[in-house]
Design a binder for this molecule. Structure first.
Ligand code: CUA
Length: 319
C-alpha cells in the first residue's frame, strides 16, 4: 500500500485522520455559505441601470451569527485536537517496546530494545539499517535523534511525523492494526540524498514476531563474527555505507548495489567472476579501471591495503 495519511492503519494515525475529517466536514459548509452569499449579494444588490446599489449600515443579527458560530467552532476544534493530542503525545503508557532511531545523511538506523530476544553474541543488541520490524497490535515507542542535520520521521499510514534533531531526543509512538509493509519517508529536506531516505516498517503477527527476531539475531551474529569484525567495522566507518546496503547492519545506502549476499552472487558488478578474495580485492582497490565510468571510486590510497583486505574478508562472509 502506498504511504497515504488518509488511510490510517493504526490508532495513532486514526486520531489525526479523525480530526482532519471533522475539520474538513465543517470547512465545506463554511466555504459554501461564505462564497454563496458573496456571489448572491454581488449579483442581487449590484448597481445597474435603473437600480442603485443598496446601502447597508450594519446588521446586528447577522454580525452576531458570524461571530458566535465561528467562535464555537474554533473552541470545539481546540477541544477535539487537545483530546486527540493527549493520546498522540502519550508515548509511554502501554508501550510494548522502545526502538531507538537515528537519522543521518541519508539513512535511518534502528536499534532494538535491550531485551533478551534482540541480544547478539557479542553482548550488543540488534541494529537494523533498512527496515523496522514490529509486532502487530503493539504500541511501539520511537526515540528519535540525528547524527548530523534535522530529519523528519514519517510513516503516514501509522502516524504523524516527528523531527529528528541532532543532540536532542524526540519521541513518538506507532502501532499497526494489521500485518503488512508500511512505507515512510524523511520529511525534512536534508541534502542530496533526502529523497532516498526511505523508511520501511514491517508488521508481523504477534505469534510470528519471535521467529522473525530469532532469524534476524542469527543473521546479525553471522555479520558480527569476531573473526571478521575488523573488516565489518572498517566497512561501516568508511564511505562504503553511503552507497551500499547490508541488511542487519546500519549500512543502508541506496546509490550502489546491495551487498547483503554479495558472496553468493555469480559475479561482481557483472564484470568480475567469480566473487572471491582476489577479484573483490581488485574491485575495491580500483573499480574504475575495471569498469570505466562507474560511480564507485578507487579505494587504493584512500584505505590501506590492510583495511581493504579486512573489508574483503568480511564481504566474503556475506552469503
Ligand atoms: Cu533526512 Cu530528508
Amino acid at each position: 500500500m502506498g504511504p497515504w495519511p488518509l488511510d490510517p492503519r493504526g490508532p495513532q494515525a486514526e486520531a489525526s485522520t479523525f480530526v482532519y475529517w471533522v475539520l474538513f466536514a465543517c470547512a465545506i459548509p463554511v466555504l459554501a455559505i461564505v462564497c454563496g452569499s458573496l456571489i448572491y449579494s454581488g449579483i442581487k444588490f449590484r448597481e445597474r441601470p435603473g437600480h442603485a446599489a443598496q446601502q447597508f449600515h450594519g446588521h446586528n443579527l447577522l454580525e452576531l451569527i458570524w461571530t458566535v458560530v465561528p467562535t464555537i467552532m474554533v473552541i470545539s476544534f481546540t477541544g477535539l485536537s487537545w483530546n486527540k493530542l493527549n493520546s498522540i503525545n502519550d508515548v509511554d503508557t502501554g508501550a510494548a517496546m522502545t526502538v531507538k532511531v537515528e537519522g543521518r545523511q541519508w539513512a535511518w538506523a534502528f536499534t532494538y530494545p535491550n531485551q533478551p530476544m534482540f541480544k547478539l553474541q557479542d553482548g550488543t543488541t540488534l541494529v537494523a539499517g533498512e527496515q523496522l520490524d514490529i509486532p502487530v497490535g503493539a504500541k511501539v515507542k520511537i526515540e528519535l535523534t540525528s547524527k548530523d542535520v534535522i530529519h523528519s520521521f514519517w510513516v503516514p499510514n501509522l502516524g504523524g511525523k516527528k523531527d529528528a534533531v541532532p543532540g536532542h531526543t524526540t519521541s513518538l509512538w506507532l502501532q499497526a492494526d494489521g500485518p503488512g509493509t508500511y512505507k515512510g519517508q524523511c520529511f525534512e529536506f536534508c541534502g542530496d540524498g533526502h529523497a532516498d531516505m526511505l523508511i520501511t516498517i514491517v508488521a508481523h503477527p504477534q505469534t510470528e514476531y519471535a521467529t522473525w527476531a530469532k532469524a534476524a539475531v542469527a543473521d546479525a551474529n553471522r555479520l558480527n563474527d569476531p573473526r571478521t569484525k575488523v573488516g565489518r567495522d572498517t566497512f561501516l566507518a568508511s564511505a562504503c555505507v553511503g552507497c551500499h546496503t547490508v541488511k542487519g547492519t546500519p549500512a543502508a545506502g541506496k546509490v550502489g548495489p546491495e551487498l547483503t549476499h554479495i558472496a553468493s552472487k555469480p559475479n561482481i558488478a557483472g564484470v568480475l567472476s567469480p566473487v572471491n578474495q582476489e577479484n573483490l580485492t581488485k574491485w575495491v582497490s580500483d573499480a574504475p579501471s575495471i569498469k570505466p565510468g562507474i560511480l564507485m571510486p578507487r579505494f587504493k590510497g584512500v584505505l590501506t591495503d590492510q583495511q581493504i583486505n579486512d573489508i574483503v574478508q568480511w564481504l566474503l562472509t556475506l552469503k
